[in-house]
Design a protein around this ligand. Structure first.
Ligand SMILES: *Cc1c(COP(=O)(O)O)cnc(C)c1O
Ligand code: SF4
Length: 363
């Protein structure tokens, strides 16, 4: 049965900024200088008024919601990549709470992809064959307004390594799981010392070969990719794979480009997933530039997601026909490897569902 909003706790209690705060303190970085990212996180913007002031925008001109249940969170590095004075900036649009979020739209719900149904042990989601997914950390460094897990009950998830043991044991007892996906929230909100412990535990499970990080931190909080993290990633017998999340070419500049290159030059495969978002990247110009910038940084465009229909995100939805047309244009103009797979996550399905034009498959 799909979760209904009534079954979930009050969203304001789920991803409070205080979770971020707790994690900053508990993450235990040890190498000098490696705490920069935690300081960057503390300095992140947490209100509409400060966000608008910094961008030179009059908040009265925007239809904002003043105290949204899913609070504002924008790191300085991400803010720097927005255009001053531009109310329609595609990066701003991803993080600014607007009043349309409060509209109830039929078909949009709290748990659109069936995560709660797939939750087995606390912290472990088993919704994909051969891959176990650990919700390693409920916190994020940015709050994306379209986030499909914005109402996930993160506060119920394990806190200490011992609390994780049932999830590790479940992975251990299922030999079909050769990959563990560390997800969230954002798994890299976990400090390096704890990350090392998690990897050490996973390494002891013989059938686990790969560890995948689904993280937006290399994009929104590039200082997270520091030498201490790279050391942890290099020292594990597991093959690391990174799936980052950038939606617009303006995200892939400056310190963000540096952080991605650090990962790529360490020999780690890095893939990008984007969400097709109205007013952000629903044009050929934005998508082609996004894909080419990725490729030029050594990051492979992986998925273009059709928006998950989470409550409050209806104003971001782009019709599938438009998405298909954009993909066709990308295919016509870009090298084949630069074109992402256009997919949708359907609740209850064991893998992504490709979105393809009806008459393309003739055999
Ligand atoms: C699709 C998806 C996965 C699994 O990814 P595959 O690349 O299809 O194996 C993991 N986490 C999230 C959030 C996803 O949307
Ligand atoms: S970084 Fe990912 S999990 Fe976090 S708010 Fe954005 S989309 Fe959601």
């Amino acid at each position: 049965m799909p979760a209904t909003p009534q079954m979930l706790p009050d969203p304001s209690s789920l991803i409070p900024t205080s979770v971020t705060e707790i994690d900053v303190e508990a993450s235990g970085a040890t190498i000098a200088g490696s705490k920069t990212w935690q300081h960057d996180l503390k300095r992140a913007i947490r209100s509409v008024s400060v966000l608008c002031e910094r961008l030179g925008i009059d908040p009265n001109e925007l239809k904002c919601s003043a105290s949204p249940a899913f609070p504002v969170l924008v790191p300085e590095s991400f803010l720097k990549r927005m255009k001053h004075g531009d109310r329609d900036d595609p990066l701003l649009r991803q993080v600014l709470p607007v009043s349309s979020e409060e509209e109830i739209v039929a078909g949009f719900q709290a748990d659109p992809v069936g995560d709660l149904h797939a939750r087995t042990e606390n912290g472990l989601l088993q919704k994909y064959n051969s891959r176990g997914l650990l919700i390693l950390n409920g916190a994020c460094a940015v709050h994306c307004r379209y986030c499909f897990r914005r109402e996930y009950p993160y506060s119920d998830e394990p806190k200490s390594l011992e609390d994780w043991e049932p999830a590790f044991a479940a992975i251990e007892s299922d030999r079909s799981l050769d990959e563990v996906i560390l997800s969230g929230g954002d798994p890299l909100m976990t400090g390096d010392a704890r990350l090392q412990q998690v990897l050490n535990r996973l390494e002891r499970i013989k059938h686990v070969e790969r560890v995948r990080f689904h993280s937006r931190l290399p994009i929104v909080l590039p200082s997270r990719v520091n030498s201490s993290l790279l050391k942890v990633l290099k020292s594990t017998r597991l093959q690391p794979v990174f799936v980052v999340h950038a939606n617009h070419p303006s995200e892939l500049v400056d310190d963000c480009a540096d952080s991605l290159q650090k990962l790529v030059r360490s020999g780690i495969p890095v893939l990008n997933q984007a969400v097709l978002l109205k007013g952000v990247n629903d044009s050929f110009a934005a998508l082609s530039e996004l894909c080419l910038r990725c490729v030029n940084l050594g990051v492979m465009p992986y998925y273009l997601h059709q928006l998950d229909r989470v409550s409050g995100a209806a104003h971001f939805e782009v019709p599938v026909e438009v998405g298909l047309q954009l993909i066709r244009q990308l295919r016509e103009h870009l090298p084949g490897y630069a074109v992402p797979k256009y997919v949708q996550e359907i609740a209850g399905e064991r893998s992504k569902t490709p979105l393809v034009e009806k008459d393309t498959c003739q055999f």
